[in-house]
Design a protein around this ligand. Structure first.
Ligand code: CDP
Length: 232
């Protein structure tokens, strides 16, 4: 088998997907793409334009027309990429608690998912890509060469997200972060369209007691293991 070209990483909030995705893509010289920002951008667009996030038809229309661009970082402030919403830099606005609160209901709308799915497939079409999300291995790229499902306990994930928020100067209590994350996980896992779950052929990694280096090392071994079967 050749080295995997299309790599899918799925898992619940703050399981370490984006850290792994970015570092893996860098190590392999691949494109890193975090699909979560697209759902966050649609949610932010609705909130900003006064579209009721409960209004499925209106949010779906919005998802079909907004212009989302994800480009290499334009500011050196620790970001992994710059996200433009109709040309405006919204990279950090996407992390507001209000977006966190609404993104899962918005992501459950089938029309919103359909609007973003074709864009995601187009981005991955060239190969040499690490794509991160909730349904990449199950729905977006079912033929991915390597599928990782990264998990960790709810408490550990809440701790990681809380630390991230403190580092950014956002105010929240650990308990609030935990509750918001539990609610989002529930909606993501129970929705009818593209629920969060490991693909049958995904490698499941529990990172509860692993740091980012250990996870990357483990996945690089899987990538190289696939490579080794080549007999070269
Ligand atoms: O960074 P974090 O894991 O907290 O969230 P994210 O990856 O930015 O995703 C935010 C939300 O978008 C998730 O809770 C899902 O509701 C939704 N999402 C999705 O439905 N499908 C994807 N492929 C990616 C994200």
């Amino acid at each position: 088998m050749a080295r995997p070209s299309v790599i899918a990483i799925d898992g619940p909030a703050a399981s370490g997907k984006s850290t792994l995705g970015q570092r893996l893509a860098e190590a392999l010289g691949y494109l890193y793409f975090d699909t979560g920002v697209m759902y966050r951008a649609v949610t932010l667009a609705a909130l900003r334009r006064g579209v009721d996030p409960n209004d499925e038809a209106a949010v779906t229309r919005l998802a079909e027309v907004v212009h989302i661009d994800v480009v290499p970082p334009t500011v050196a402030d620790g970001r992994q990429y710059t996200v433009l919403l109709d040309g405006e830099d919204v990279t950090w606005d996407l992390r507001q608690p209000e977006v966190d609160a609404w993104v899962s209901p918005v992501s459950a709308y089938p029309g919103v998912r359909a609007a973003l799915l074709s864009q995601q497939r187009r981005i991955a079409a060239g190969g040499r890509v690490v794509m991160v999300g909730r349904d990449i291995g199950t729905v977006v790229l079912p033929n991915a060469d390597l599928k990782i499902y990264l998990d960790a306990s709810l408490e550990e994930r809440a701790r990681r997200r809380y630390k991230e928020m403190m580092a950014r100067g956002q105010s929240a209590s650990y308990e609030e972060v935990l509750q918001s994350m539990r609610r989002r996980d529930e909606i993501d896992s129970r929705r009818a369209t593209a629920p969060l779950r490991p693909a049958p052929d995904a490698v499941v990694i529990d990172s509860t007691t692993m740091d980012a280096d250990a996870v990357l090392k483990h996945v690089l071994k899987l990538v190289e293991g696939a490579d080794d079967h080549d007999g070269k």
